[in-house]
Structure formats: C-alpha cells, structure tokens
Write a protein that binds this ligand. Structure first.
Ligand SMILES: C[S@@+](CC[C@H](N)C(=O)[O-])C[C@H]1O[C@@H](n2cnc3c(N)ncnc32)[C@H](O)[C@@H]1O
Length: 204
C-alpha cells in the first residue's frame, strides 16, 4: 500500500474531484457528500489533532486547532504542504507513531483504517489509543452492490497496476471494531465514528 500511494500522490485528489481516471465513474450524490464531509471535518472541535495518513491534506486543511499531519509517503506530504500549510507535517509510520503517550487530544484518520489487515489494525488502534483519548475514523460507507472486504485492482495514469485491500463499513460495524463509538457522519459514500479510550477499553 505504501508504494502505491506514494506513486498515486499527484493524481490522488482526482478521486475526490471526480476528474482524471475517476471522471467516468458514476457516483450519485458524490460531490454533495464530499462537500458535506469537508464541512463535518471543519466542524470538529478544535484541539491538538494528529491526522494519521493525511495523504494530500485534502481533509487535513479543514481541521481546526493545532494540527500535526503524518504520512509515510514523501510525495503525499509534498502535496499536503501546499494544501494544508498551517499543519505541521511528519513523515512516519502510522503503526509506530513517533509521539509520547497522550500527546494529542484526538487522532483523526480518513480512508486509512479500511486498508489495514487485521495485525496492522490492532497495531494502529493501540498506537492511536496510546497518543490520544479520542479517535475519529472516516472511511468508505458500505452500500448496495459492494462487498465489505475487497482486493481491488487499481491502475494509475502512468499505466502501472496495483492490488489494494479495502473495506467498506456501516457505522455500527466500524463503531464496534473501534471498541464502541459514536456515529458522527453517516452518508452514502462516507462514514465517521468517534471512539474514546474509556469506551474502547470497556468495549474490548
Ligand atoms: C487512501 S489515502 C488517504 C489519504 C487521506 N487521509 C484522505 O482521506 O484523503 C491512504 C494514505 O495512507 C498512507 N499510508 C499508507 N500506509 C501508511 C503507513 N504505514 N504509515 C503512514 N501512512 C501510510 C498513504 O501514503 C496514503 O497517503
């Protein structure tokens, strides 16, 4: 996944904008929901936030407060530096966060958790819970005709081909996986759930 996203950085936002290779894909209500999602992100309470796997910073730039944006990909971070100039950028591994315990009020992560296979998921959740009391996860919504778990063939503009692991979530399933949480956003394309350390621990 790391190499694929590093290569995809220059064309990544085409997915949000419905341009480039995504121009011909039928996604009813997509643009309205992307706008709603960005408003939702902008409406999260300000605080010291770590955006894990920030990508191009498409959503990062809407976060308020003191924002640290982390990604493994140098190409993604180059774009994020322009998109989200107020955020402090860090190149690091999301599964071994280079921060002290409880360094943040919130870990925010979008379209990352659903790419993790079980051992990575457990590592990421442990790291997120270690550095912040709250975890907000945005991911792809499960909708009709879509399998919840897929290995998707992907192609980039340079002609390279990749296979990517991706999951789609109902808010309830995502909340349960996070050990108990609150649904903050439930759309046709995106879901967002907030989980707090205390509920995560008691919910297993
Ligand atoms: C689907 S993109 C999501 C980008 C952004 N959060 C968004 O919602 O638009 C996934 C991101 O995860 C990053 N990534 C993948 N594995 C990572 C890891 N182990 N540590 C840090 N970043 C990683 C990729 O470089 C990519 O930017």
């Amino acid at each position: 996944m790391k190499a694929y996203y590093d290569q995809r950085a220059p064309e990544y936002d085409d997915w949000y904008h419905g341009t480039g290779m995504h121009a011909s894909i039928e996604r009813p209500g997509w643009h309205e929901e992307v706008a709603r999602l960005t408003r939702f992100v902008g409406g999260l309470s300000p605080g010291r936030t770590l955006d894990v796997a920030c990508g191009t910073g498409f959503l990062t730039r809407h976060l308020h407060g003191e924002v640290v944006a982390l990604d493994h990909s140098p190409s993604m971070l180059r774009v994020a530096a322009e998109r989200a100039p107020l955020a402090e950028l860090r190149q690091a591994d999301a599964l071994a966060l280079p921060f002290e315990d409880e360094s943040f009020d919130r870990v925010f992560t979008a379209h990352f958790y659903g790419h993790l296979e079980p051992p990575e998921r457990a590592k990421f959740l442990a790291e997120a819970r270690r550095v912040a009391a709250e975890l907000v996860v945005i991911d792809a919504a499960l909708h009709e005709g879509v399998d919840a778990e897929q290995w998707q063939p992907r192609k980039l503009l340079d002609g390279s081909r990749h296979v990517v692991y991706k999951r789609y979530f109902s808010p309830a399933v995502l909340a349960e996986e996070l050990g108990g949480g609150t649904t903050l956003f439930s759309g046709s394309w995106f879901v967002a759930v907030s989980a707090r350390n205390d509920s995560a621990l008691s919910g297993g």
